[in-house]
Ligand binder design. Structure first.
Ligand SMILES: Cc1cc2nc3c(=O)[nH]c(=O)nc-3n(C[C@H](O)[C@H](O)[C@H](O)COP(=O)(O)O)c2cc1C
Length: 394
């Protein structure tokens, strides 16, 4: 998603500037081309060399630099970028940007720039809450700039409150939607993910090895592409994009209840969760004692089939996608699930994918498609699944 994207980071003179080195590294590692403009104050905290070493590009600092102006001046920098991050966005930078002051390389470049901008403010709480800063933020947001943070917490000045620079991963999550088309605007996607847990007693559970990673990635991608997304997440499911509405659940019955609630207004339902097929008929209160017996018979009863249930709703989502994790005859099993559960497509994959980095499988649709999906990562797998769902006719 970031491969080949050109990201300009405008770095202000705040104490959090050292965290931007990590942001630059993460962006570069994700395949983006990163250029930095540092204000004079930013250079008081960290030297340009840090950013040059991390990005492989000169870190730009001066407006009146003959060589830079000839090779990559303020106009060229503004045109070069696909998106801009201003971080840390100091109170002073916010004020200058809001009032159109162009008195250094960064603010002059921003006067030229018509690309999406993400502001990541960081400052002392009183500075952040001051009327001037709040008005400047309102002006910039009113102009279409985006904002991530600031977060609450302990500040470098020793005080506590709102003003911490957002985590660099949150800044990255805030950037992705600015670089992506939004074909799913107006659609509601519901995705379940992760394992479920069935209590045997108050200590022991019946569960499985699913990590929820694929469901979380599908949720992130759909949200970044404009859908409103609800992720019904079993225990331990991976973190998700801030734009994803997450409902944490534990048992299969809880997952069913929330899925049914959410699916009533959904256009797409994707069942990636590894739902326990069975639950204990009579869960024990407290902790079951070992006792003297060598054998213990336990009665399990079947849980409802969530995806079949959603597909059978009178007002079902237009596209219902099931997953089939199998150890053999993947395609045959997926085909029989497709028919039995009345879903629109099944993604078949091997049980070796569960809880691991392995990815890939087959897309089997009700229109007779049978497409092998070769993927180098779970993210790549998720992207290909989204594109099959997009192309699936009802
Ligand atoms: C040690 C120190 C830490 C600072 N931290 C911040 C900060 O976190 N946020 C902020 O808005 N200003 C902070 N300032 C004040 C800015 O550096 C100052 O307003 C400067 O003019 C900002 O310039 P710039 O916006 O061009 O980078 C700090 C100043 C000092 C001396």
């Amino acid at each position: 998603m970031l491969t080949g994207k050109r990201i300009l980071i405008g770095i202000g003179g705040g104490i959090a500037v050292y965290k931007i080195a990590e942001l630059a590294r993460m962006l570069t590692k994700a395949g983006a081309k990163v250029r930095c403009i540092m204000t004079k104050s930013a250079c008081e905290f960290v030297t340009p060399l840090t950013f040059e070493a991390l990005t492989g590009y000169q870190a730009h600092t001066a407006l009146f630099d003959l060589t830079s102006e000839r090779e990559m001046g303020h106009i060229a920098l503004a045109r070069w970028a696909d998106a801009v991050i201003i971080a840390p966005a100091t109170a002073s930078l916010l004020a200058r940007l809001a009032h159109g002051i162009a008195d250094d390389l960064l603010t002059t470049t921003m006067q030229v720039c018509d690309k999406p901008v993400l502001l990541a403010p960081a400052m002392n709480t009183s500075m952040w809450e001051s009327e001037a800063t709040q008005r400047n933020m309102a002006t910039l947001c009113g102009r279409g700039m985006h904002c991530v943070g600031p977060d609450e917490g302990e500040l470098a000045c020793g005080e506590s409150g709102s003003g911490r620079l957002s985590d660099v991963r949150a800044i990255l999550s805030g950037l992705l939607p600015l670089l992506t088309d939004k074909p799913f605007i107006g659609q509601h996607w519901v995705i379940n993910a992760g394992p479920t847990e069935e209590a045997w007693d108050d200590v022991r559970i019946l569960t499985n090895r699913a990590s929820g990673m694929l469901g979380a990635l599908l949720a992130d991608l759909a949200a970044i592409m404009g859908a409103s997304v609800s992720l019904i997440a079993g225990p331990g499911t991976a973190d998700t994009h801030p734009g994803v509405m997450r409902r944490n659940v534990s048992t299969a019955l809880e997952m069913l209840t929330v899925c049914e609630l959410e699916a009533s207004a959904a256009s797409v339902f994707i069942a990636t969760a590894a739902v326990s097929d069975f639950r204990f008929a009579e869960p024990v209160q407290g902790k079951l004692k070992r006792g003297d017996t060598d054998n213990l018979m336990v009665e399990l009863i079947a849980n409802p089939d969530i995806v079949a249930h959603i597909a059978a709703l009178p007002a079902r989502p237009a596209k219902v996608i099931a997953f089939a994790a199998e150890s053999d005859n993947h395609i045959d099993h997926a085909r029989s699930k497709l028919v039995k559960k009345h879903v629109d497509a099944v993604v078949a994959n091997d049980i070796a994918n569960i809880g691991s980095d392995k990815a890939g499988g087959w897309w089997i649709s009700k229109h007779g498609e049978q497409i092998a999906i070769e993927a180098e990562s779970k993210l790549d797998f998720a992207k290909q699944i989204i594109s099959h769902i997009t192309e699936l006719n009802r």
